[in-house]
Ligand binder design. Structure first.
Ligand SMILES: NC(=O)c1ccc[n+]([C@@H]2O[C@H](COP(=O)([O-])OP(=O)(O)OC[C@H]3O[C@@H](n4cnc5c(N)ncnc54)[C@H](OP(=O)(O)O)[C@@H]3O)[C@@H](O)[C@H]2O)c1
Length: 245
């Protein structure tokens, strides 16, 4: 096995899925950047957990919606550990409302964090991820279900999938693969926010495997996509939803 340092950036890694991805990539041997926007304490706890387990990690604040901040995130990651091998565009938010009740502010915020944020990461990653590297984006399994109140959120994820397919074709000559993971319902703050216990029960009843996903379920897939073994997987969207979608 090579002793060369490998570096991964996970955006939105202070909690939920991103925290599990950061811990897993660190366990896989990556020096891991734990990006966050406002949850500094939680990000520091993720770093501490990685270090206690013998890994290397650093928390870096950057609002992914701000292109200058994303550039600075790469600069700081590179200064800490060297060139970036893996970028996971995970940071995201959800706001649920029927289109008629969606405010300008909520629409702009969803676009800014989910779509502009992933775009900023992909554009910077396209220039700076090392040859042979990986870009992994977080989508959602519910594209195509067209659920009421989910329209703008799903629209941002559909756009991320479009950019994933395009970038995979643009970076292939450098052996950089670009894929997306599309989770179903995962037990995180984002999933539970604004949803009643009754609603959650109905969702679980609709999942053939009979349970919500856990962040670790997604970490297994990202770990594979970040590994050399996934080298022939490019421009794909991998759904993980317990068989629901
Ligand atoms: N949970 C699900 O059921 C589910 C299903 C399908 C897809 N997904 C996708 O999976 C991803 C992670 O979701 P999650 O459930 O883990 O959410 P979560 O628990 O709410 O965590 C979201 C993370 O994103 C960060 N974040 C939010 N805005 C940011 C910004 N502007 N810049 C940088 N970081 C920012 C948060 O950090 P701060 O607290 O510091 O802001 C936090 O670390 C999202 O893209 C989501 O759409 C989730």
């Amino acid at each position: 096995m090579s002793n060369e340092t490998r570096t991964a950036i996970v955006t939105g890694a202070s909690k939920g899925i991103g925290a599990a991805l950061a811990r897993r990539l660190a366990q896989d041997g990556f020096c891991t950047i734990v990006n966050y926007a406002s949850s500094a304490t939680e990000a520091a706890e993720v770093v501490s957990a990685i270090e206690r387990a013998g890994g290397r990690a650093k928390a870096i604040r950057a609002d992914v919606a701000d292109s200058a901040a994303v550039k600075e995130l790469f600069d700081q990651a590179q200064a800490a550990y060297g060139p970036v091998d893996v970028l996971v565009n995970n940071a995201g938010i959800i706001k649920l409302a029927p289109l008629a009740q969606t405010t300008d502010e909520d629409f702009q915020q969803l676009i800014a964090v989910n779509l502009t944020g992933a775009f900023n990461g992909m554009r910077e990653g396209a220039k700076r991820v090392r040859d042979g590297g990986r870009i992994i984006n977080l989508s959602t399994s519910i594209i195509g279900n067209y659920l009421p109140a989910h329209g703008v959120y799903v629209a941002t994820k559909a756009a991320i999938e479009a950019l994933t397919h395009t970038l995979a074709k643009e970076l292939g000559t450098r052996s950089v693969t670009v894929n997306a993971v599309a989770p179903g319902p995962i037990a995180t703050e984002l999933f539970f926010a604004g949803r009643s216990e009754e609603f959650v029960k109905r969702i679980v009843a609709d999942i053939p495997l009979g349970r919500l996903g856990e962040p670790g379920d997604i970490a297994h897939i990202v770990s594979f996509l970040a590994s050399p073994e996934s080298g022939w997987v490019n421009g794909q969207v991998i759904k993980a939803n317990g068989g629901r979608n």
